[in-house]
Design a protein around this ligand. Structure first.
Ligand code: PLZ
Length: 454
């Protein structure tokens, strides 16, 4: 190597043609984004929001490039969707082949192999070694709706139990199952009946420390008194709550709820729509506590950005539904299935669950360091590459949504895409693509540190 080459810095890597850098060339959002935003405001319904109105031109690895040429670090993954990275090459290749072969026949009319292959992969990857079957849908909410249909058909019971801070979707039944009123439910009732809410294990917000087993006993007490065990078709729970604030229940909570379900003929449904496909450092979050759900709902990370969702579960439960009772025009669309097969291949071949664990350690360590000097950070929590800070009034546990919004906005202005969540709107969450470079993630955390410090 000559002297001149050693003086040059290593070229920044590219993924999908996207340089893996944070680089701002205009203010955020820039003029082109603002122009598009004005058109959008005239054409798109006001009820559809956007966290950060920069309009995207290209994305890959850990970077999103906007129409003004700004490169932003992606700590959102399109809400935990592009775990394998945006336009992941394996996804792109399979989608391109499929889209050129046929785009749609409807699995319910003339089926195709991709759907079957995705269901085979789900049977292999989801927790438990029992016989499993799956049905495919388009969105997370649709998967949750169908899990409830299956549980009701299998048990011939009506009641659905969900938890405080839960998020399960925006359709009528899933709005009823979602806890938070504004913005998800406000003004949209009446909601579906036979949905009951039990207290969650939310360690940071317990008035006094209680164990996972105690929190489960509290929830079970509510269910038995207010619903009756023999009326319950299913208990639906996110193993780590997503929209509700990245709430990680105390150890032992999930296994105790699952065991109670088994003992009472209740279907235990894990909603792994946000936690699934490597995000938490395991393929599915239930695995951290050895919980084997009867049914599991998946979406988001399953197909690298194409709309696909699934219900997977015990074959005898899945088969309890009469022929023709499950379906939909687009469920398991061939292009979405091709994308899923590419995404799953990448998750497994590149050990992305392992990478999630590593990225999680990196983020958690840094966030604890940041929290040390900034008393508005009440808690750092999460699992794997699903981590968050809960922002409070210093010295209290009083939620401070305005401060969380300020920190998030400061990150946006500096070219880092961050999201907030939580029942109280005071949780800043980090969900990087699992393929993000560690240097880039570290740089984004530097930006976050500065944003927190103000
Ligand atoms: N279950 C656990 O996280 C979707 C919602 C974004 P859909 N979460 C992101 C928003 O504001 O609409 C989600 C989830 C869990 C179900 C869903 C619903 O999945 O694909 O958005 O319907």
């Amino acid at each position: 190597m000559s002297d001149t080459t050693t003086l040059q810095s290593a070229p920044t890597p590219r993924v999908n043609g996207v340089e893996q850098v944070r680089r701002l060339v205009t203010e955020v959002p820039g003029p082109r984004s603002r122009e598009l935003h004005a058109r959008r405001t005239a054409a798109v319904a006001a009820g559809v929001g956007s966290t950060l109105p920069v309009y995207v031109e290209r994305a890959g690895g850990g970077v999103v490039v906007d129409v003004d040429g700004n490169s932003l670090v992606d700590l959102g993954s399109g809400i935990a969707v592009v775990n394998v990275g945006n336009a992941n090459p394996r996804v792109v290749e399979r989608v391109q082949q499929q889209v050129a072969a046929f785009t749609h026949t409807c699995f319910m009319v003339t089926p195709y192999a991709g759907y079957v292959e995705v269901c085979e992969a789900l049977a292999r990857l989801t927790p438990g070694d029992h016989a499993k079957k799956s049905a495919l849908f388009n969105s997370g909410a649709e998967a949750v709706e169908n899990a409830v249909k299956i549980a009701r058909a299998a048990t011939r019971r009506d009641a659905v139990v969900v938890f405080d801070h839960a998020y399960h979707g925006r359709t009528n039944l899933t709005m009823a199952m979602t806890a938070k009123s504004m913005p998800y439910k406000h003004g949209f009732g009446p909601f579906a009946g036979e949905v009951y809410r039990a207290p969650m294990s939310y360690p940071y917000r317990e008035p006094a420390p209680i164990s996972g087993a105690e929190a489960a006993a509290r929830a079970i007490g509510v269910i038995e008194k207010q619903v009756g065990a023999d009326a319950v078709a299913c208990v639906v729970i996110e193993p780590v709550q997503g929209e509700g604030g990245f709430v990680v229940p105390a150890d032992g909570f999930l296994p105790a709820i699952a065991a109670w379900c088994t003992a009472n003929g209740v279907v235990f449904v894990a909603d792994e729509i946000q936690t699934g496909f490597g995000r938490t450092g395991a393929m599915f979050a239930c695995e951290h506590e050895g919980v084997v759900p009867d049914l599991i709902t998946t979406a988001k990370g399953i197909a690298g950005g194409l709309p696909l969702a699934a219900v997977t579960g015990r074959a005898e439960l899945m088969d309890a539904v009469h022929a023709g009772g499950l379906g939909g025009t687009y469920g398991g669309n061939p292009i979405a299935c091709a994308a899923a097969l590419g995404a799953i291949e990448s998750l497994e071949d590149d050990d992305l669950p392992g990478r999630a664990a590593r990225l999680g350690e990196l983020m958690t360590e840094r966030l604890h360091q940041i929290a040390g000097g900034n008393p508005q950070i009440g808690e750092v929590r999460g699992r794997g590459a699903m981590v968050a800070i809960e922002v409070v009034q210093p010295g209290t546990t009083e939620p401070d949504a305005a401060e969380a919004a300020r920190i998030s906005a400061a990150c946006h202005a500096a070219g880092v895409v961050t999201l907030t969540c939580g029942t109280y709107g005071n949780v800043l969450r980090l969900l990087p693509p699992l393929v993000i470079g560690e240097d880039l993630l570290t740089e984004a955390l530097d930006v976050l540190a500065e944003a927190v410090a103000g």
